[in-house]
Design a protein around this ligand. Sequence first.
Ligand SMILES: Cc1ncc(COP(=O)(O)O)c(C=O)c1O
Length: 336
Amino acid sequence: MNSESDQASSEVPGFPPRISLITAPTPLEDGGLLPSGARLWVKRDDLTGLGAGGNKGRKLEYLCAEALSQNADCLVTVGAAQSNHCRMTAAAGARLGLDTHLVLAGHRPTRLEGNQLLSQMFGATLHHTGCDDAQWRELESYRSALTDELRSQGRRPHSIPIGGSTPMGALGYWRAFDELMQQCQQLDITPDVIIHTSSSGGTHAGLVAGLAHARAQSKPHCPVIAIGVAKGVALTVDSVFQLAKSTLSLAASDAPLELSDVQIESRFLGDGYAIPTEAGAAATHWAAHRGAWVLDSVYTAKGFSGVLGLDAEGMFSASHNVVFIHTGGLPSVFAH
Ligand SMILES: Cc1ncc(COP(=O)(O)O)c(C=O)c1O
């Protein structure tokens, strides 16, 4: 294990220790005007640095600090065949000198591509289950069985649920909320809304916890809208509400949280997880041509189609500042 393990510190009051794995603050770019005339800001969490970047790096800073504090000697996690979370966990494992086991949907392809190729490059062991991407319960059972098997072999696995969406992982997006609010203050802008792509719900829960805590302290804050891209557990308001509450408790915050703080917009999902939509393709074209932002069809294309869709429905006008958190997904663009 290298010296990263000595760097865990808890620099946010009340937060458990975090280990430094990403490059932050990530840029907040002026994205020009949306068709309504509202100003778009793009928070570049696709540029978090760790293993080709993305939102999961922020969660892994807390999840891996937890692993090290429990003296784990390997990481186990689970995801879709082209899981960005699994690829970033493999990257974190490489950085920390921890063996990483990935439980993946699908069968082993003849040639690894995209996130799987990178995960293998980072030294992870890939366990292909043959499950469908959306069979979260079955995938989680495989994770649990593999974790038990590793324990029976005398290993000390730190086992991370799908998307790293535990209260510990969600702290990473509470921290991101604070980072974003500080950047807005520095730029002298008042954000009207934060919009992001949501699947397992941890990013959303962390942002909402950050919002509730900032509001309770009379600090700048704004509403958060999650664009749901999976039908799984995360698409219920209640599960994100409970996760956000547990995240607040973990950091000993008694900030009140309202159910109405959890806003999930699921109209941009289309026919299901990882099934591309026409609106997503149009959003990808718009983003690539306007700002050279690369969106992927599974996550960020649908997320950004939510921004354009809500804008077209008249939610925003010329006086508004709309922040889109670009959560990554670049490697899956190279998987066919
Ligand atoms: C690129 C990208 N964006 C957004 C998300 C959604 O994040 P969460 O699972 O925290 O809801 C994911 C999750 O895998 C992702 O890979």
